[in-house]
Design a protein around this ligand. Structure first.
Ligand code: NAP
Length: 511
């Protein structure tokens, strides 16, 4: 049961004075049974399965719409795909790997890592593949799930591990469907389409478009990159990790753990920098990006076209050692005239020119506010998530939504996003969620969710803090909501770690 400091049950699970409950003690008797559903078998779903099992909760199903685990790393297969978080950091803390081939390993290697970890931890037998959850309804104190195949399940706890960026955003451009060549979104790459000698157009200049450009420019006959907004590019090299170094890490797991920790500390600095637009670190990042542009783009006209008119890291910072080299190849063109329409044979720009294309890649990003939608989720008193999230998604500390008891989110709205490891974020969140789940299993209460008051207060503080961040210094990005306010965590990562250590009982209501 809870430690004595947390015994006051008059305000839900916690104390009326609102002081923190610094950790929960286990019930002394055998815990009761608890059935859970995890939605999504990507990075966070695999993590959930492993951690539920470790906590002694074995009665759960992971619902996965696709036929493999891996989430974003399964869905994105575009050429050049890699993670811009170093692989030794973008790994589960409990499954560090000495085998990474590069500092920023390629996408297929990351996908293989998740598949291997899922196999090794016996996750796969819990997954119901090829069956998407379409509806979750909270009724009689439990969640009633319905899937696309008509399968039904009744569970005590739902963990939404549905990822952040998974619903492709198709651009609203006149004539899009009239294109007669091959056209696909970057997250739906069509590998049947040959690129050798093709005239290829890419719309967008985000992380995805930049990676694709560098990867294919030497393969295609012409590459036209359609840029609406220039990007700051951090010229981070991506060295191979030698066999010798991999062996050393294999033989010395302590060094592997140290590497993970060192990188985590380094990324804390970045996380601190972006939430303080006046920080010295942000200025250093800006300087490094500026030097990259000045020193590595030789044609003055092209340099000016590539020069952003907003501050570095305002949009998600792009990491690339070779994008500037790629866009300066003789067969590459940076098109900055606005796209007027798409025609059967190519893209017509505002200057009247028709850019003839065989293949058109839409690297136009994602609906960043989807999370688990369009799934229909009906909470307490018939409240739907659509209603709760009108006009925008909000979750207390990113994990709990009022009126949706026992429904917890990993990498949900308002959590840390940016150039750091979402794995670490999910691990911390899961530990926090487990503190909410344990008492349900122990029979201490049947249901719990954040209070409206806690969410309102959290949002108010979050919006206030967001004003200091670099994300509001004059650019548009998927980090911003419909009001232009950053949707993410506007404080340091250290604060996030602190918040995730122990629940604040006064922020929750239970029954
Ligand atoms: P994104 O950052 O949202 O970029 C979308 C791009 O498409 C932008 O350049 C945008 O221009 C452009 N665009 C959208 N609609 C357009 C239109 N109608 N006409 C012309 N241009 C249009 O998407 P993303 O590159 O796929 O990246 C999304 C996120 O995925 C990243 O920020 C990152 O979090 C993640 N990602 C990570 C990695 C990695 O290495 N870890 C790699 C790829 C992606 P504007 O800038 O003008 O809006």
């Amino acid at each position: 049961m809870y430690g004595t400091r947390c015994e006051d049950r008059s305000v839900g699970i916690g104390r009326s004075d609102g002081r923190r409950c610094d950790g929960l003690e286990r019930m002394s008797h055998q815990p009761g049974s608890l059935r859970c559903a995890v939605i999504g078998a990507g990075m966070a779903g695999i993590l959930s399965a492993i951690k539920l099992t470790e906590a002694g909760i074995s009665d759960f199903t992971i619902y996965e719409k696709a036929d493999r685990v891996g989430g974003t790393w399964r869905e994105n297969t575009y050429p050049g795909l890699s993670c811009d978080v170093p692989s030794h950091l973008y790994s589960y803390s409990f499954a560090l790997s000495p085998d990474w081939s590069r500092q920023f390993s390629p996408g297929p290697e990351i996908q293989a890592y998740f598949e291997r970890v899922a196999e090794e931890h016996d996750v796969v037998r819990h997954v119901r593949f090829g069956d998407a959850v379409t509806r979750c309804t909270f009724s009689d104190g439990r969640w009633h799930l319905l899937t696309g195949s008509g399968h039904r399940d009744v569970v005590d706890v739902v963990i939404a591990a549905t990822g952040v960026l998974h619903r492709p955003r198709y651009p609203d451009i006149e004539g899009l469907d009239s294109f007669e060549g091959s056209m696909f979104h970057s997250a739906r790459w069509d590998h049947q389409v040959g690129l050798d000698g093709a005239r290829i157009g890419i719309i967008g200049t985000g992380s995805t478009a930049v990676q694709i450009t560098s990867a294919i420019v030497d393969q295609v006959s012409e590459l036209s990159l359609f840029q609406r907004t220039a990007q700051w590019i951090m010229p981070q090299e991506n060295p191979a990790i030698s066999d010798q170094e991999q062996n050393d890490l294999r033989e010395h797991p302590d060094q592997l753990a140290e590497k993970h920790q060192d990188l985590s500390d380094l990324f804390d600095l970045f996380a601190n920098a972006v939430v303080d637009s006046e920080s010295a670190e942000i200025k250093m990042i800006e300087q490094a990006c500026l030097e990259n542009l000045e020193n590595n783009v030789h044609d003055p006209d092209l340099r000016e076209k590539l020069r952003p008119n907003y501050r570095a890291a305002c949009k998600r910072l792009i990491i690339s050692p070779d994008f500037y080299a790629a866009i300066q190849r003789p067969n590459a063109t940076l098109v900055t005239d606005a796209i007027e329409r798409i025609e059967p044979t190519g893209i017509r720009t505002a200057d009247g020119r028709l850019h003839q294309l065989d293949v058109l890649v839409l690297a136009t990003g994602f609906h960043a506010d989807s999370f688990m939608r369009p799934m229909e989720i009906v909470g307490r008193n018939g409240m739907t998530l659509e209603e709760a999230w009108d006009p925008r998604p909000e979750a207390y500390l990113s994990v709990s939504v009022p009126d949706f008891p026992n429904f917890f989110l990993l990498n949900g709205p308002n959590g840390p996003v940016g150039n750091f490891s979402l794995i670490e974020v999910a691990e911390l969140q899961f530990r926090y969620i487990l503190q909410l789940i344990e008492p349900i299993r122990a029979g201490r209460y049947r249901q719990i969710c954040a209070t409206h008051h806690a969410l309102a207060q959290f949002e108010q503080e979050r919006e206030q803090a967001a004003k200091r961040t670099v994300w509001v210094t004059g650019c548009k990005s998927w980090y911003l909501d419909d009001r232009g306010i950053p949707t993410g965590w506007p404080w340091s990562f250290v604060r996030f770690r602190e918040e995730m250590k122990a629940i604040d009982p006064s922020a929750f209501e239970s029954a």
